[in-house]
Design a protein around this ligand. Structure first.
Ligand code: 26Q
Length: 801
């Protein structure tokens, strides 16, 4: 598309869609019109991609996830299509602010955090590597709540992201399917003497798919993210007599559950899980029928991935279709199902493993229940005599009155993977050890990754351009080529240029901070960043304790040498997670205290940015000097903000947890600040039961002063919250060992501050972090899934060929 064609198209669309002339358009109209143009640009490729897969009978993977977190799509689509520079400069020439146009777009925030963002990074990588892989999920009317601080407290507002329309989606009426809930199932003898399930009094819902194109980077692949929305089918209209009853149905795809691992089992959530699973599996089978292949070979054409246990019902649902609709035998159905399914585990925290009450499943999903019961029965029967009874009891799916979804996933799939080396090892040796005894060949690791296209190319153009200038542009397609930056570790000119790029980004963030919070921060201070969901195990509180220690040091000794620092937080707490909310309140009050203390005199600033989401992450990450990755060892399955920040040249302060371990291996000990208990030490404490937070407190006056600040009025306005935090550390013996790790944490922080003064040393560390970050590209992660788990191969759709 030429500049002239673009302007012409833009002019027409603004006129036709808004009855307006381009000259009078606002960023809103411009966003919609450009969105339409972009969509039109990839429409043909999207069709061709689907057509090619169909004609080739391409084996495809389907990534089932109850969360997807793509963020904004205008800039990324423009970049993938190679139109970004032209469109940006044209829009600016027309007298508009391009940034403003981009900011019109609502984040697509159909996810809570890491797991949902990983799903979106993976889709981007599948398309960019020309791999035939699709997403399947829920089109929530409301995404993750918007966070506001009122009086330092988190307040949740609804995210009505669809209110102003969604240019990227296509409603596919003709591909709607029915999903059935409730009723009774009984077995009826057939003519040939078999038993067939017959259902009566079911509630039938209509699932409508909305498809979004996933545009590959500089290729002609456009894959599909299919999200399902619920409707009442016309045939059922009469059955819903009251408005409330109807509302119940429509609520099914209304909101995303904002609960991150503090589970409260809810019927709507279970219904959501079955709804998108059933719709997705039916849609896959319907597509497969078009291939005119025998059902007995479906596993040669279909790979289904279960992202955490939320889509676990994929397994019994596939069984239902093969048994009830295709009349296959149990054995045949089971063989096909297991060979199609694979599962990723994202947590080792026992309390976060999903379980459902047996009665709830039996009553609302009776056929699913029957099938799960039969899977469980056969599992027990087949293993009895071969393995110890207690091992069988610990691994079976139905235990007491609960259904263990992780057990279902492992038993019903051919692959179970963790998301970082340490995490996968812990699954084998501790958390899922019993299963590892049963199925050692099913276990594997796939360390998470991120897409540098969004997190570096798009979010950090100054750095991306500089990398181009230094080593050429090949890293944009082959992220490990960034390793070539290692040749410039000692090149002063390059180091200075990198420093300037960081400075430019810090300036931009400082502006944003001032605009949104009224806090002025110095761009030459250390920008120290912790951005992730608020969770006790992630230990934002440890960060806050260190901040308080610095504050007291300065108060005691105002003349001391102190390297200025700005602490930047971004975090949402699950609305029902009172402890996490108490920590938010405490951080906000400490911020207030420190930011306004004249003695501190701008040497410390604490900034908690509201409503952390993907687009805010894109602003913060390029400006970070320091990346806080300080979860208690063994608790963070992988982490992915650690990778994004590293890629942008931030230096990590890290515990030996999740993917931090692999980051250290990549950059070397001298280019990361590690501290804290190791996995072995944590488990030793658990075994010996001899951890005493009180003993540590009693012996350390600094810790006493820091903790007392929460309850003695030093931090104002946190009576209840301060007490809750204080109690969690002392009365309840500090579940996540903050006190134990506090001193070593402060030590590495002090070292870091000193190192920051040595600009050359720091800049070299920063460069090395970027240089070594290519291995954490999700392009490679996805390739490993494609090779080892899904067995899918690239399809070259490039125009020239
Ligand atoms: C549970 C019950 C009810 C409703 C919701 C939920 C729920 C919601 C979200 C349970 C879990 C989640 C999200 C988990 C998650 O994001 N885990 C993170 O996954 C990342 C990608 O693998 C890892 O990098 C992180 O370490 C892991 O915490």
């Amino acid at each position: 598309m030429t500049r002239e064609e673009f302007i012409e198209d833009l002019r027409n669309r603004v006129r036709e869609s808004f009855a307006m002339e381009l000259e009078t358009a606002t960023p809103n109209e411009l966003f919609v019109a450009i969105g339409q143009i972009v969509r039109a640009c990839y429409a043909k490729s999207w069709h061709n991609t689907r057509q090619r897969y169909l004609v080739n009978k391409q084996r495809q993977s389907y990534y089932f996830s109850i969360e997807f977190l793509p963020g904004r799509m205008l800039k990324s689509n423009l970049m993938s299509l190679g139109l970004l520079d032209m469109v940006r400069s044209t829009v600016e020439e027309l007298g508009f602010e391009f940034e403003e146009v981009l900011n019109v777009e609502n984040d697509m925030a159909l996810g809570n955090g890491g797991l949902g963002r990983l799903a979106s990074c993976f889709l981007d990588c599948l398309a960019s590597r020309e791999l035939p892989g699709n997403g399947n999920g829920i089109r929530y009317d409301y995404g993750l709540f918007k966070q506001q601080f009122v009086d330092g407290y988190q307040v949740e507002l609804p995210d009505a992201w669809l209110k102003s329309g969604n240019v990227w989606e296509v409603r596919r009426e003709s591909e709607a399917v029915e999903v059935r809930f409730g009723g009774n199932v009984y077995m009826q003898p057939t003519k040939d003497g078999k038993l067939k399930p017959v259902a009566e009094n079911e509630r039938i819902l209509r699932a409508i798919p909305y498809d979004t194109g996933v545009v590959g980077y500089h290729n002609d692949t456009v894959n599909t993210l299919r999200l399902w929305s619920v409707e009442v089918p016309e045939s059922e209209e009469g059955k819903y007599r009251s408005i409330e009853e109807r509302r119940m149905v429509e609520d099914l795809t209304a909101v995303l559950y904002p609960d991150d691992s503090n589970e409260q089992g809810r019927l709507t959530r279970l219904s959501q899980e079955y709804f998108f699973v059933s719709a997705g599996i039916q849609s896959i089978v319907r597509y497969y029928k078009k291939l005119k292949m025998p059902i007995s070979r479906i596993n040669e054409y279909v790979a289904i991935h279960i992202n955490d246990t939320h889509p676990a019902l994929c397994i019994p649902e596939m069984m239902r279709i093969l048994l009830d609709e295709f009349d296959l035998s149990w054995e045949k159905s089971w063989g096909l199902t297991v060979s199609m399914m694979s599962y990723t585990n994202h947590t080792i925290m026992q309390e976060a493993l999903e379980k459902w009450p047996l009665q709830m499943v039996k009553y609302h999903l009776p056929r699913m229940f029957q099938i799960i019961e039969e899977i469980d029965r056969r599992f027990v029967t087949n293993l009895t005599g071969l393995y110890p009874d207690d091992l069988i009891q610990r691994t079976r799916i139905i235990q007491g009155d609960q259904i263990h979804m992780a057990n279902l996933c492992i038993i019903g799939s051919h692959s179970t993977n963790g998301v970082a080396k340490l995490h996968s090892d812990l699954l084998k040796s501790v958390v899922l050890h019993d299963f590892y005894v049963l199925y050692p060949e099913r276990f594997n690791n796939k360390t998470n990754g991120i897409t540098q296209r969004r997190w570096l190319q798009q979010a950090n153009e100054p750095l991306a351009n500089l990398i181009d200038k230094t080593i050429g542009t090949s890293w944009r397609k082959e992220p490990t080529d960034m390793e070539r930056l290692m040749n410039y570790c000692e090149d002063n000119e390059v180091l200075v240029a990198f420093e300037q790029a960081k400075q430019q980004n810090k300036l931009a963030l400082a502006k944003y901070i001032e605009k949104t919070t009224n806090i002025k921060v110095q761009p030459n201070a250390i920008f120290d960043v912790q951005i992730k969901r608020l969770h006790a195990y992630k230990r934002q509180l440890l960060n806050l304790m260190h901040i308080l220690k610095c504050y007291f040091d300065l108060k005691d000794n105002p003349e001391m040498d102190f390297v200025p620092r700005v602490w930047i937080f971004g975090a949402k707490a699950a609305p029902s997670y009172t402890y996490a909310k108490a920590i938010i309140k405490a951080i906000n009050e400490v911020a207030n205290l420190i930011n306004h203390d004249p003695i501190i005199n701008d040497r410390m600033k604490v900034v908690f940015l509201e409503n952390y989401n993907v687009s805010l992450a894109e602003r913060i990450i390029p400006a970070a000097d320091v990346s806080e990755q300080i979860s208690l060892a063994t608790k963070e399955a992988s982490g992915t903000s650690n990778m994004k920040l590293m890629s942008n040249g931030a230096i990590t302060v890290a515990t030996m947890d999740g993917a931090n371990v692999e980051i250290r291996a990549a950059v070397g000990d001298e280019n990361i600040y590690t501290f804290g208990l190791t996995e072995e030490e944590v488990y030793r404490y658990y075994e010996q039961g001899n951890y005493s937070a009180q003993a540590i407190y009693d012996q350390d006056p600094v810790i006493q002063r820091v903790l007392n600040a929460f309850v003695d009025g030093t931090i104002p306005n946190i009576q209840r919250e301060g007490q809750e935090i204080f109690d969690s550390l002392l009365r309840y013996n500090d579940e996540f060992f903050l006190l134990k790790d506090f001193v070593p944490y402060c030590q590495v922080q002090a070292k870091l501050s000193q190192d920051y003064l040595n600009r050359e040393k720091w800049q070299k560390m920063s460069l090395i972090n970027t240089a070594k970050s290519g291995i954490f590209s999700a392009d490679y992660t996805v390739q490993r899934y494609a090779d080892d788990i899904w067995q899918i191969a690239p399809v070259d759709l490039h125009k020239e060929k």
